[in-house]
Design a protein around this ligand. Structure first.
Ligand SMILES: [Zn+2]
Length: 594
């Protein structure tokens, strides 16, 4: 049996040179594998020596990406992050090149024409390969296909640049102690300070654990406005330009490939299938939400004593939580120390799925805050998967919450199973000198959500990496996570793991009752916010889009029910526009299944 960490690099000692070398080695090995496939005489083609061999050849490249290029998102050292980014771009471009290789296409077509009788998984793999070739323009004249290829390459570079500009964006505001009134002591203590003309000022950055509490609790609407406006230009003008170039490239590629838009191109391989179905889904949802949104905003206006701006709504929501439901975010957080949350999360998963998690404190990790865990069958003694948890913000690293695949599951040629490895990267509230990491309830929900992706990746039994774990239709991928989120509202589950970090008391029933009563508070406003994102993403990728991303951001803003903030362009900091392009609606769509 193979140990779960066999073949994994020593993350704690990785150098930029290691990243570059691993990436080049994987590419060379893949090239050798592909050359062998191409050299096989057509009369001798089998599934194993053609498609099976291709899957094996490309898996090495996926692993180099998952384990080395991954440093682009998590490494503290600039040079290592830079090497990771270069490797990511190199690998993605290599995969574009590979997908445009004529000789490989000819080999796969020759195999398809032999009519070997295939099992369902094998047939599906073949169908998907042929579909990809068609979608790459292999049925187009050569000049047009070459243009599609050039655009694909360009989109890779633009995507890397876009994410870099977001990760490395750093901004914030300096405020006095008085201006932090309303925010709890541990929050204030966690802020960086600066001495300015004899006064101690506190820096509130755009990092989630600082930004969201400030928007929820800071009493000064002006300061909230200032911080919000800074958040809404994350990525800068540079990223507006990157995005608009990418939208144009996607539009041109879709046109060459015979689609009316990039949205139609993207939807073809989603559950939704058609742009019109997405549009009517979103329109229908908007209509059904209208009354709730109106009521939400009216309630907010009441506590605000006047019209509510977009930088006020979180504050109004927080005020309503406290005054009408007696729920305070930070008070609730005292019952959710991170350790307890992990215990609860693991217990739920274990009971539900018959698996067991064991910490691996000695596993090499890329930062001291990262924890490693191995996954076992409940009564098994051989780990079959590994995951890492990297949960706190660090400068210049990934600023959102996501699950990454470091190694996908698949059946190996000897019949054994390649053990999946994945990681959660998130930005939760850090421990301070005298308090452990205390998660706000929304953070607990995010933790459970991301862990749903980990389970999806970890428990996969797919034969081929192509269909393994979260490599499913984009608008279905959120469903398992949304199922897990439900547990953070379950009374029994909460009673089983919550404990006050000082007294050890579980979350009081009365407090949970209040939280449950408040569960739909502002839900209309929160959902139309998602709806706005989904609409905007569709608009960017629909036929007839005029190329001005900020104009669309402004014009559709009324969906949020708040006025647009002048001189902002939040789309420059919206990482999903690369990867979830034309498919952001999936977050709402998945709820139907979750
Ligand atoms: Zn998710």
């Amino acid at each position: 049996m193979t140990a779960v960490d066999a073949g994994l690099p020593d993350f704690s000692a990785m150098t930029p040179e290691d990243v570059t070398r691993a990436c080049e080695d994987a590419i060379a090995a893949c090239d050798a594998g592909v050359d062998a496939i191409v050299a096989t005489p057509d009369a001798e083609r089998t599934f194993a020596n053609t498609l099976g061999a291709l899957e094996a050849a490309t898996d090495g490249v996926s692993q180099a990406s998952g384990q080395y290029a991954f440093m682009a998102y998590v490494a503290s050292e600039d040079a290592l992050r830079e090497a990771g980014r270069d490797a990511e771009e190199r690998i993605e471009k290599y995969l574009v090149d590979l997908s445009f290789r004529e000789d490989l296409y000819a080999a796969i077509k020759a195999f398809a024409e032999r009519g070997e009788s295939l099992g369902p998984d094998e047939q599906r793999l073949l169908d998907f390969e042929l579909r990809d070739y068609r979608r790459n323009g292999f049925e187009l004249p050569e000049a047009e296909r070459a243009r599609v290829r050039k655009l694909s390459d360009e989109l890779v570079s633009l995507g890397v640049e876009f994410q870099k500009n977001i990760s490395e964006w750093d901004d914030g505001i300096l405020v006095s102690r008085d201006e932090l009134a309303g925010l709890p002591e541990p929050f204030v203590d966690s802020l960086r300070t600066e001495e300015v003309e004899g006064e101690t000022l506190y820096r509130v950055s755009l990092d989630y654990p600082e930004f969201f509490p400030f928007m929820g609790k800071a009493r000064s609407s002006d300061l909230r406005r200032t911080l919000f406006a800074k958040e809404q230009v994350k990525g800068g003008d540079a990223n507006v330009a990157v995005l608009e170039r990418a939208l144009a490239a996607r539009r041109e590629a879709a046109g060459l490939l015979g689609y009316d838009s990039w949205a139609s191109y993207a939807h073809e391989v989603c559950m939704s299938k058609e742009r019109e179905r997405v549009a009517s889904f979103l329109a229908d949802l908007r209509e059904r939400l209208a009354a709730k949104v109106e009521a939400d905003v009216a309630l907010m206006a009441e506590v605000n004593g006047g019209p509510v701006n977009i930088w006020d709504w979180r504050y109004c929501h927080d005020q309503l939580l406290q005054t009408r439901f007696a729920v305070d975010d930070f008070e609730v957080a005292q019952y959710f120390p991170l350790d307890a949350c992990l215990e609860g999360l693991f217990a739920v998963s274990q009971n539900l799925l018959g698996v067991r998690f064991e910490p691996r404190p000695n596993a090499p990790v890329w930062h001291e805050d990262v924890q490693a865990f191995d996954v076992y069958e409940a009564d098994g003694d051989e780990a079959f998967a590994r995951f890492y948890m990297d949960l706190f913000p660090r400068p210049n690293t990934y600023g959102h919450a996501a699950a990454f695949t470091l190694r996908g599951g698949r059946v190996l040629p000897d019949g054994s199973y390649q053990k999946p490895v994945s990681a959660i990267v998130a930005n939760f509230t850090k421990p301070s000198a005298d308090t452990p990491s205390l998660l706000r309830h929304s953070e607990v929900e995010t933790l459970f959500h991301e862990f749903g992706h980990i389970l999806h990746q970890t428990l996969t039994r797919a034969t081929y990496a192509r269909f393994s774990g979260t490599r499913t239709e984009r608008d279905f991928v959120e469903a398992p996570s949304q199922m897990l989120e439900h547990w953070v509202w379950d009374r029994e589950v909460l009673a089983s793991f919550t404990r006050h970090y000082e007294t050890g008391e579980p979350l009081p029933d009365s407090l949970l009752d209040s939280m449950l009563a408040a569960k739909t508070l502002s839900s209309g406003v929160m959902t139309v916010r998602q709806l706005y994102f989904a609409h905007l993403d569709q608009a960017y990728h629909a036929p007839g889009f005029d190329g001005d991303s900020t104009a669309a951001t402004r014009e559709l803003h009324e969906i949020t029910s708040f006025p647009y903030t002048p001189d902002t362009h939040f789309q420059s900091g919206w990482g999903h526009l690369f990867g979830y392009d034309a498919r952001y609606y999936g977050y709402l769509w998945s709820h139907v299944f979750g």
